[in-house]
Design a protein around this ligand. Structure first.
Ligand SMILES: Nc1nc2c(ncn2[C@@H]2O[C@H](COP(=O)(O)OP(=O)(O)OP(=O)(O)O)[C@@H](O)[C@H]2O)c(=O)[nH]1
Length: 318
């Protein structure tokens, strides 16, 4: 096979670049939305509530000249529970291993102490990756404000003692400059072979993605204090037997786990109305992901104080 045209996994390609990139930024900075825009398919959970990304989800960008593997981590925050501590360790381990960190700084907000804290943590890593500054949500501001924002990002170089390889504005929702972000990131990757076969968009097991879609549907509708208390386990999933070939149906059995009885009540709602809505929304999303109609059996369970209990955390995969 001609090595200059091959770009399957493990094949070296003259001038081909490949590597790992992680987006960091304050909660709600637009990391998941940018991941999805780059990959061109919904792979990371997005939500208007902060700190909802809990698992490391990979999205993969395939190009003839490069392969970019996106590692989506939860936000770093002051640990208040055992879950918080484990998440922070996971984040720092991941950051030290990627080739490039894309620091997301939303254009509609001033660069602040939270951003500087994050950057300080990055500079403390045993190995500091290349840094690209991404001014997200550029559609939310006018040119003057965007200019100011880019300037204050540049000033961080002096203030904190870091070097940006690129500073790039982007609107992931409008699809504006998404390609430029990809170029800037790929530009900093080392030469090397593709890690994944063409066409793969994520190596997350389907069940985990399905669980995330259910969690997203549940989060969309509950009050601010509930998000951290929700976790979803997919117990069983499979094609229902005995269906006609042109009418397949996938059965999904999942648990929505909360910490307290009172939260269970909120989740279920009056005569089950809330749970029904969540189920319907989740079913649509899962159907779109799998390309098959879905029957979703969703139950709400209480696992008391699961965020503080090592046994529960292990069981839930943290
Ligand atoms: N107008 C606009 N809104 C955006 C853009 N990107 C993201 N958003 C919105 O900002 C909110 C947060 O986006 P996410 O992508 O979930 O942010 P995140 O950084 O992954 O958030 P966490 O998971 O909490 O860390 C969502 O409501 C998005 O729709 C953008 O380019 N323009």
């Amino acid at each position: 096979m001609d090595k200059t045209t091959a770009n399957g996994p493990g094949e070296r390609h003259e001038g081909f670049r490949s590597g790992f990139v992680s987006f960091v930024g304050r909660p709600n900075a637009g990391k998941s939305t940018l991941t999805n825009a780059l990959v061109g398919q919904k792979v990371a959970i997005t939500s208007s509530k902060p700190q909802t990304t809990r698992h490391v989800v990979r999205g993969i960008v395939h190009r003839p000249d490069a392969q970019l593997v996106l590692i989506d981590t939860p936000g770093l925050h002051r640990p208040r529970t055992l879950l918080g501590e484990r998440l922070n360790d996971l984040v720092q381990e991941t950051w030290a291993e990627v080739d490039v960190i894309g620091v997301c700084l939303p254009s509609d907000q001033r660069v602040g102490p939270g951003d500087k804290y994050l950057l300080g943590e990055i500079l403390k890593l045993r190995r500091v990756p290349e840094l690209v500054a991404i001014a997200t949500k550029s559609d939310l501001v006018g040119p003057t404000r965007l200019g100011e924002h880019l300037l204050s990002i540049q000033k961080l170089e002096e203030e904190i003692g870091l070097t940006w390889q690129h500073i790039v504005p982007v609107s992931a929702t409008e699809g504006h400059q998404v390609d430029v972000v990809a170029d800037c990131l790929i530009d900093r990757l080392p030469e090397g072979p593709a890690y994944y076969p063409d066409g793969d968009v994520t190596d997350e097991p389907t069940e985990r993605l399905v669980g995330e879609l259910i969690r997203e549907a549940a989060l969309d509708s509950v009050r601010e204090e509930l998000p951290h208390s929700i976790v979803v386990t997919v117990e069983e999933m499979g094609l229902r037997e005995g269906r006609p070939e042109d009418k397949p149906l996938v059965d999904v059995f999942a648990n929505l786990i909360v910490e307290r009885e009172s939260q269970k009540g909120i989740m279920i709602g009056h005569r089950g109305s809330h749970l029904r809505e969540v189920g319907q929304a989740a079913r649509r999303q899962i159907g779109a992901l799998l390309g098959t109609p879905v029957h979703l059996d969703l139950r709400v369970k209480v696992l008391k104080e699961w965020q503080r209990d090592a046994k529960h955390l292990n069981r839930l995969g943290f």
